[in-house]
Design a protein around this ligand. Sequence first.
Ligand code: UDP
Length: 241
Amino acid sequence: MAQYKRVLLKLSGESLAAGSKQGIDTTRLHDYASQIIEISDMGVEVAIVVGGGNIFRGMAGSAEGLDRVSGDRMGMLATVINALAISAAINAQCPAIQGTPRAVVMTSTPMESYARYYDALTARQLLAQGHIVFIAGGTGNPFFTTDSASALRGIELQADIMLKGTRVDGIYTADPERDPTAIKLSRLTYQEVYDRGLRIMDLTAMTLCQENHLPIIVFDMDTTGNLARVMRGEEIGSIVS
Ligand code: UDP
């Protein structure tokens, strides 16, 4: 039995690349697709925001001499590529619902021949019908991140929780990949995230979640079955509320 009715799942672009950091790893792609289908089949309404860091980040472009707005637009387009990839992997495994693919891609900027133009009402209707809804293209604005897009869409779609799937199994006092003394924090408040200077997401995203009471679970999405474990209420990650 799932603990949540509607979730906003944030997947980082880098996770999609698996070990190589760039591009899309096919094994990871199909694993993510299967995990998402598993929770959708449990009856959970699943909206997804994907990052684009495995393809392009605006800040990296700035470092190479590109103007930030062009770089950020490239980054936002990268998120559309990732959403098309995961949605195609889902639709390859699932039948359509009354002629509409199970996974539907919406974009924050109109791209009509590729995807539907996002609006919250249509997204909510699709979710209620059992579709898995990707919201790609970030917020549609430069100088933001896909974490902020996730917080924004999670609030707008009245999700019960924002799930941040990462390669680490929760929130630690320091980066556990670098600091062996880092301790896992299973439950914490938004204020503790600020006070401890924890870099779970950017501050714009954190503030949006705090002000609108959207709890966040950070968990390891790279272990098959973990997404369903979180849905069943197993405490395998860290929760901020
Ligand atoms: N981006 C943006 N506005 C948004 C969301 C994303 O300009 O609302 C751009 C930005 O350049 C960012 C890139 O898209 O670096 C990819 O997104 P992000 O870095 O959040 O991806 P992730 O790190 O999750 O893979």
